[in-house]
Write a protein that binds this ligand. Structure first.
Ligand code: MG
Length: 249
């Protein structure tokens, strides 16, 4: 599949979409606390989209029924928001995207709920730093799997494991574009990175084994061993001046 390169004008539009995603995620993060439900967070995200005149990217995508993916604790990705209150000591991964002026932004983060265990904190920190390491590799002349390898080597060094079934992706006028960006692999493989590529890089990292299963709702991925999983994602533009994170405030 062809990887579309975006012009400066297109990247500018994606920056606007990305900023809205970042602002709404920051608001959700602020609201996360023991007692709130993920369904309330979903409602909040939908109301905010209206304010920004942006459309939630996930609602209706492939039949997904909500604005946010809400995946606490052992849930990996694609969790349905529900009405059970979050507990002190949980953490919750929220994945969220919008389409604005014809372009998508997509980001995710794992958020602590109240006071969290050292184990969860460390998994969260390592997953986020694997995303940072991956973004550093999103430079002209590198290859896609340099990004993949940066994630894998960062997290496996800490004894964590990479989910294989879901991958990052190109993004632009469509939510999922070429190329796929696995979070594992040897460096130096796959398409060469060019200025104008826009990539959603998204490590999904398990505290225990890499195996997952899908719940009967057909969407929610959970770890096979029920140990926690964390998820961080940014939409990033590859530019002549280096990687630019688009999903920032
Ligand atoms: Mg994504």
């Amino acid at each position: 599949m062809v990887i579309t390169l975006k012009s400066r004008a297109e990247i500018k539009k994606m920056r606007s979409a990305g900023k809205i995603v970042a602002e709404i995620l920051a608001l959700l993060k602020e609201r996360v606390a023991p007692g709130i439900t993920s369904l309330e967070l979903d409602g909040l995200a939908e109301a905010e989209c209206k304010k920004y005149r942006a459309r939630p990217a996930f609602k209706g995508y492939g039949g997904f029924p909500y604005c946010i993916c809400a995946s606490p604790n052992e849930k990996v990705v694609h969790g349905f928001p529900n009405s059970s209150p979050l507990d002190d000591g949980d953490f919750i991964s929220i994945d969220f995207g919008v389409i604005y002026n014809g372009y998508y932004g997509d980001a995710a983060l794992t958020i602590p709920v109240g006071t969290m265990s050292a184990e969860k904190q460390h998994l969260m920190d390592v997953t986020e730093s694997s995303l940072r390491a991956a973004i550093e590799k999103a430079v002209v002349g590198n290859r896609i799997s340099d990004i993949s390898h940066a994630v894998q080597s960062t997290v496996e060094y800490e004894g964590y494991s990479v989910v294989r079934e879901f991958v990052g992706h190109g993004i632009g006028k469509r939510l999922h574009e070429a190329p796929q960006i696995p979070n594992f692999g040897l460096p130096g493989q796959g398409p060469r990175l060019k200025a104008g590529m826009t990539l959603a890089i998204e490590p999904m990292i398990n505290a225990g084994g890499p195996e997952i299963r899908i719940l009967s709702d057909g969407w929610t991925a959970v770890t096979q061993d029920s140990r926690p999983s964390a998820h961080f994602e940014h939409t990033v533009a590859v530019t002549e001046d280096g990687p630019e994170i688009l999903t920032v405030l």
